[in-house]
Design a protein around this ligand. Sequence first.
Ligand code: OGA
Ligand code: MN
Length: 231
Amino acid sequence: MKLLLTALQRIHKPAVYASPRRRLSSCASSSGLSPLRDEALVVGSSRELVRRLGSQVEVRTGFITEEEEGSFLRELEPGLKKKRYEFDHWDDAIHGYRETERARWGAACEEVMNRVRSVAFPEGGPLLGPVHVLDLDKTGYIKPHIDSVKFCGSTIAGLSLLSDSIMRLVKEDATDEWVDVLLPRLSLYILRGQARYNFTHQILRDEESVFNGQKVPRLRRISVICRNLPG
Ligand code: OGA
Ligand code: MN
């Protein structure tokens, strides 16, 4: 999977102004109007940027249940446990991780994966065969990078298990343009188009994991990531 990543080191300059954006959680949108469930999951260097990215950065909270998370863990833990977390490759885009790929799932997970595919990708479009599973240690993090345009298409969709985290997007050619995206445990995020091609993405380490002024403890986190093929 290393081939998929091109690490682009960036120094992130904290912005002067962060503008909250309201997003309906998937629960709120499916149950009609429920303003109390609205959450600001995306903040950025300007309101205009957050607005411009719009649906290219999507977070659906509560996309899976704790039971479904349990099904993924039961399927994934035995294989992951046999691997060691990797820490010491200075040139890796990811620090403190182990990973695997999966083409077949048991019924419960397959049902979730079908849901992911149907909300994130256009029907019938070719997907990257195996799903990527990334297990970040509590001290692990993902450095700024853009997924390889040679191997991956316009859309990246990821489930977050076990921990909340913050994904930071920074415009590749204008590093003062950034957004932070809160990825709650059990949520699905989708990056599309510009957000996928023109912004680096990273998952912040625990020490830096502060969203809109509020600490978001980063525990061990497993992500299950679907990608499509380049058009
Ligand atoms: C990656 C990546 C994000 C995540 O593996 O390329 O950016 O949610 N992962 O784990
Ligand atoms: Mn990536």
